[in-house]
Design a protein around this ligand. Structure first.
Ligand code: 5AD
Ligand code: SF4
Length: 481
């Protein structure tokens, strides 16, 4: 249930092609969202030039880095357990250095060096280019830290190494930070203010991925619809831009068009969308370009206007319905998923019922559901008491999960008898005789392998389903091959 990205990937250590001239060994593992996994690829790329090859064997590492998440308390607890493990290994291998990257590093800063004696290095999400200097410091026996958040940094100039990739789909980061200030969320504090990456460097990265045989990219950001390039700088400073900068700026719909036209055969996805920032021109671009997938991750968090307001979500339930109606009007078969938080401070049974009825209206394809976890420093932690009893949070969460399960099945059943285009990603987890991939709506499809291979676009006739998976028979290559 606690799911932002594929759970099976949480904490996996990442490995890339070794360089012969590199003598040092880096063990790097990641927790949290796709953005963190994408950042680890940037870190590995920077350190590869500093003489580090990656290893999956913790015991032989010269440097251990953990890219961390602060979104809920549980995410932080997981990392603390890992730090204990590193500590045990350090007793056997005293030369090993340990560094904490990402959101927990930014949130806890020097507390890590003071309290967690095992940590040598603390680096926030905007300071990875400083890693070579910081590692030198550490090697000379000093602790090192850089948690400065930046107005400019987008790592647009670093070509990430693709760690543990299937060679078919890749993430391309387009914005960093978040200006929304949802009251429950730690992200504006850990990842700083919103800034966008140069569209030219995004298109170049996508072209490069296409040349390497990739078939699908996901444009990544905390709030992709807010993307705005006007020559660099923070989103909030756009109002001070020159007339020229304003006239030539690129918004998210503009970026989608650039990418879709640069690589007409590449499947394009994006995540995450914020209801208040999603505009009609984005939905129109999705409808216009067949290579932009018909799928939107559109977190709502709550169905109650009162709670939405306390969360500072800046849209009402009615406005959300309007957006859903517009999406369905232009893209009738669009897949839609959600994030929902249950048990936000003061949430009543009435508010909870509003969330269930909102779900009934939308009938989401799937979703990520969480019990509220108070995060130190957020507006909600300062202003509201975490007053919904654990037992109520748990029961409400279960009711939301059960309803989602029902809607997921309702949606997968709609595909029965239809033929869908699937991009093959990997072998099915349950059977080595089957391929697994996704359709445009982001639903997993499994089917017999026959002579198809990973990276093929295949038309599959859907014959059976569970609430999460479509099961079918391949009927030939799709036109997109
Ligand atoms: N407690 C529970 N869930 C949270 N999320 C963000 N902050 C919290 C919190 N304090 C959830 C939101 C968000 C997703 C990434 O994590 O639903 O969309
Ligand atoms: Fe976790 Fe949010 Fe940071 Fe991603 S941005 S690592 S989800 S706290």
């Amino acid at each position: 249930m606690e799911k932002i990205i594929d759970e099976t990937k949480q904490g996996n250590s990442l490995v890339l092609e070794p360089k012969k001239e590199n003598g040092r060994k880096l063990f790097i593992e990641s927790y949290g969202c796709q953005m963190n996994f994408s950042d680890s690829e940037i870190v590995a790329s920077i350190l590869s030039k500093e003489g580090f090859n990656t290893t999956q064997n913790l015991e032989e590492a010269d440097l251990v880095l953990v890219n961390t998440c602060s979104i809920r308390e549980k995410a932080e607890q997981t990392v603390r357990k890992r730090l204990e493990k590193y500590n045990a290994v350090k007793r056997i291998n005293p030369g090993m250095k340990v560094g904490v990257l990402g959101c927990m590093a930014e949130r806890l800063k020097s507390k890590f060096l003071e309290e967690e004696k095992i940590v040598d290095l603390v680096v926030g999400p905007d300071a990875y280019k400083d890693l070579p200097n910081l590692i030198n410091e550490v090697e000379e026996g000093r602790n090192a830290m850089n948690v400065i958040l930046s107005k400019e940094e987008t790592y647009g100039d670093i070509s990430p190494v693709r760690l543990q990739s299937n060679g078919v789909s890749a993430f391309v980061s387009i914005t960093r930070g978040c200006d929304n200030m949802c009251t429950f969320c730690v992200v504006p504090f850990t990842r700083g203010r919103e800034r966008s990456r140069d569209p030219q460097s995004i298109v170049e990265e996508v072209n490069d991925l296409a040349a390497k045989g990739y078939k699908e990219i996901t444009l990544l950001g905390q709030n992709v619809d807010s993307y705005l390039w006007y020559g660099g700088g923070l989103k909030k400073d756009f109002k001070n831009a020159t007339e020229m900068q304003k006239a030539t700026a690129t918004n998210f719909a503009g970026l989608l068009k650039l990418v879709a036209e640069a690589q007409p055969k590449m499947r394009i996805r994006f995540s995450t969308s914020n209801p208040q920032d999603m505009t009609m021109d984005v939905i129109e671009a999705m409808a216009k370009y067949p290579n932009i997938c018909n799928y939107i991750h559109l977190p709502v968090q709550s169905g109650s206007d009162r709670i939405l307001q306390k969360m500072n979500r800046l849209h009402t339930r009615e406005e959300y319905f309007e957006l859903i109606d517009n999406i369905k009007k232009l893209i009738p078969d669009c897949g839609i998923s959600h994030d929902i938080i249950t048990g936000f401070p003061t949430e009543t049974e009435e508010d909870h019922k509003d969330t269930l009825s909102l779900m009934e209206y939308v009938k989401y394809d799937f979703g990520f559901m969480f019990a509220y976890s108070e995060r130190p420093g957020t507006m909600a932690a300062r202003k509201f008491e975490d007053d919904v009893p654990e037992a109520d949070k748990k029961r409400r969460l279960q009711e939301i999960v059960d309803l989602q399960q029902k809607h997921s099945r309702y949606n997968t059943e709609k595909f029965l008898g239809k033929t869908v285009e699937v991009l093959i990603e990997k072998e099915s987890k349950k059977s080595d005789a089957h391929w697994s991939g996704r359709n445009s709506q982001n639903t997993v499809v499994v089917f017999p392998k026959e002579n198809y291979k990973v990276g093929d676009f295949v038309n599959v006739k859907v014959e059976d389903c569970t609430s999460a998976t479509l099961i079918g028979t391949p009927v030939g290559y799709s036109d997109n091959n």
